[in-house]
Design a protein around this ligand. Structure first.
Ligand code: B12
Length: 142
């Protein structure tokens, strides 16, 4: 039987947004749940994040955005991933994202937006249920 591997998640911050508390809390919760978490660091471009997602062969790309700019940078990231043949990755985002911007992000390819006050158990549960319906032949454990 093929070895199982945990869900791999790339967490990213784009542009000049230096709010770090939310992404740190999310990274901790996902690691506690047994997932492999890679953090890109601050001030990344959509190009750099897309490249890292492909190179690291992650299952999930999560972006934290608290300083606006999400209506341009997030769709750009989704477009780059599709262009690089990585459109099958689960895309999620969180932070200070107004309700009225959510349809645009969903249209761009983001499956779910987790805004302020989200219980991290809901994020873990969402990723696990996605994994259960997108199991790879190698399987996942987290
Ligand atoms: C703390 C804070 C700061 C700190 C940041 C310290 C740090 N190292 O993080 C300091 C003082 C440095 C700061 C600076 C600024 N801030 Co500030 N800041 C905040 C504040 C009060 C709280 C943010 C926070 O830490 N929340 C706690 C965490 C746990 O919550 P969270 O990030 O929302 O994360 C949760 C969810 O959103 C979700 N989530 C978040 N990310 C992700 C990612 C994924 C993948 C998933 C699944 C889920 C997820 O899960 C988390 C758990 O529930 C907010 C107001 C607010 N109520 O949000 C303003 C706020 C974000 N700041 C704001 C502003 C304007 C600024 C400044 C521009 C102010 C200035 N003029 O200098 C600068 C910008 C700095 C920069 N370059 O980015 C505005 C942004 C407005 C906007 N988006 O349009 C806000 C909303 C305040 C306001 N009401 O105006 N800030």
């Amino acid at each position: 039987m093929a070895p199982e591997r945990p869900l791999r998640v790339l967490l990213a911050k784009l542009g000049m947004d230096t709010h770090t508390v939310g992404i740190t809390v999310v990274a901790h919760a996902l690691r506690e749940a047994g997932m492999e978490v890679i953090f890109t660091g601050l001030k990344q471009t959509p190009e750099a994040v897309a490249r890292a997602a492909v190179q690291e062969d992650v299952d999930v790309v999560g972006v934290s955005s608290l300083s606006a700019g999400h209506t341009r940078s997030l769709p750009r990231l989704a477009q780059l991933l599709r262009e690089q043949g990585a459109g099958d990755k689960l895309l999620v985002a969180g932070g200070v994202i107004p309700e009225e911007d959510v349809p645009l992000l969903v249209e761009a390819g983001f499956a779910r937006i987790f805004t302020m006050g989200t219980d991290t158990r809901d994020i873990v549960g969402y990723l696990r249920s996605w994994r259960d319906t997108h199991a790879t032949p190698a399987g996942h454990t987290a």
